[in-house]
Every structure is written in C-alpha cells, then in structure tokens.
Design a protein around this ligand. Structure first.
Ligand code: DGL
Length: 271
C-alpha cells in the first residue's frame, strides 16, 4: 500500500488520455499532471532538447514525492525513457511497450499502421518493440506533425473540415497499406479518435497509447504493492507552463468534469 500520488506529464493536453484512464481504473489514486503548454509541441525537437525538457518535467513532478512517473507522451517515451529510468529511483512508465503489446494482440493480418510525431517515428522505438513481440510484422509509419496543433486548438471534432482534410492526407498511405490495426502513437491523437476512426473505417482497430499505458501502470503498481487502497476518491491536480484558461477549457470538455479550480501555472524553467 502506497498513498503517494502518481506523477504524469506530457507536452500539453495529450497526456490527459492517460489521466482519464488512470482515473477510471484507479479512482482512489491521487494524480499530479503536468502539461508543458508553454513549450508544446515537443514532436519536432531534437533529442538533446527533449531530454532537457523531460528532466525538468520529472524534476517538477518529483517535488510532490510521487510513487511513480508516467510519461504520457509518445515523443518523450520514444526518445528519453532510458535516460529518465537510469536517473530515477522510482518506477518510470512510458507508452511504447504497452501500445506494442496491444497492437501485437489485435492484428490479424500482421499489418500495423503507426502514426506519431516526427521524433517518435524517427526513433523507430515502436517498430522495435512490435517486431520483438510479433516477428515479421509489417509496420507502415507516418509522422503527422500538424495533428498536435489541431488538438491543442480544439479543432478535433468530426465535421471540422480542417481536421478531416489533414487526417485524410496523412493517413492515405497507411490505409492503402491494408493495415488492420493503427497505433495512435502520440497521446494527443485519441482526441481525434472519431475523425481518424471514420477515415480508417470499422475494419481497423485503433490503439490509444495513453489508455494502454494506464492499464499497464495499474498492473505494475499492483504487482509491486504500490496501489493506494485507501477508500474515497483521489485528488487530481493539473499544472501547466503557460496560462491556464485554454487548458482548463479543453481539459474540462475532454475529462467531462470542470477542472478549472485544480489548474495552476508554474515556471518549468526553474526546475
Ligand atoms: N503528446 C505527445 C506525444 O505523445 C507530444 C506531442 C507534441 O508535443 O508534439 O508525442
């Protein structure tokens, strides 16, 4: 039993896909979320900068004495997971392994699509994890840099002509490859779930990496005796590195609860 909070971070809103599932699966856990909204997007940045940002994100979360860190970000998981793990004395979870396990189980035809940020696709991390679990799998990967901006600007609903156009252009080669499973390798992309699902069609299973990661984290905490079994609902606090208004509004819609009172701005460069 461990009543300390779980620290979760991403460049912005995307990691809320993991938070939503963590809260659903483990309602009694306290969650501290950091969204680096002042420096989003991460996806086009170099490894050096990503490692620097990720270290600061973790240093901020460590001030809450968390029992575990969840990297709810495909970009940081594919680029800096090893470094963060080496430097940490508490468990650090990323999204790649859980997503690869889910995709390996879901695919019937051995053709898997992968979309993510430029940094994630460049790393090859998802392909490596998937090939280890499913030798011979054919992965069709595509970087989709504009999708994060669409999500951060609230342009992610079906009927949004810009979102639909950009999604169809990025996904055309993935669909043409005949994949039956598509990994949404960036935690922002599930906010475009309906648009992506409609374009790919009902025969393609979508993998939400934030959701898969949350399930993984629950199991790992259980196996390691780190669950909070205290009765009652946990507290969820949100921190951002730019003004809170836009984040509060979009997060409240996505999480289907008003989070404004629990959102605070911090100076991440101080960590
Ligand atoms: N949501 C993050 C990811 O999963 C980062 C996206 C970005 O900031 O470019 O990759």
């Amino acid at each position: 039993m461990d009543t300390r909070p779980i620290g979760v971070f991403d460049s912005g809103l995307g990691g809320l896909t993991a938070v939503r599932e963590l809260a659903r699966l483990m309602p009694e856990e306290d969650l501290i979320y950091f969204g680096d909204t002042g420096r989003v997007p991460y996806g086009g940045r170099s490894k050096e900068i990503l490692v620097k940002y990720a270290r600061q994100d973790v240093a901020f979360l460590r001030t809450f004495d968390p029992k575990a860190i969840v990297i709810a970000c495909g970009t940081v998981s594919t680029t800096a997971l090893d470094v963060l793990r080496e430097e940490s004395d508490i468990p650090v979870f990323g999204v790649v392994e859980p997503a690869a396990h889910a995709a390996a189980q879901l695919t019937k035809n051995g053709r898997v699509g992968l979309i993510g940020t430029k940094a994630s696709i460049r790393s090859g991390a998802y392909e490596r994890a998937l090939s280890a679990l499913h030798p011979g799998v054919a992965v069709t990967a595509r970087a989709c840099p504009l999708l994060v901006s669409l999500v951060e600007n609230g342009r992610s609903r079906p009927g949004d002509i810009v979102a639909e156009t950009v999604v169809s252009e990025y996904l055309a080669p993935v669909k043409a490859a005949g994949v039956d499973t598509l990994i949404l390798g960036c935690t922002h992309y599930p906010l475009l779930w309906d648009v992506i699902g409609a374009y790919m069609g009902p025969g393609v299973a979508l993998v939400d990496v934030g959701e898969q990661c949350a399930r993984w984290v629950k199991k790992q905490l259980e196996w390691n005796g780190l669950r909070n079994e205290r009765p009652g609902a946990g507290r969820h606090r949100y921190y951002v590195s730019d003004s809170t208004e836009d984040f509060s509004a979009l997060a409240s819609v996505f999480l289907a609860e008003d989070v404004a009172a629990e959102v605070e701005q911090i100076d991440i460069t101080a960590y």
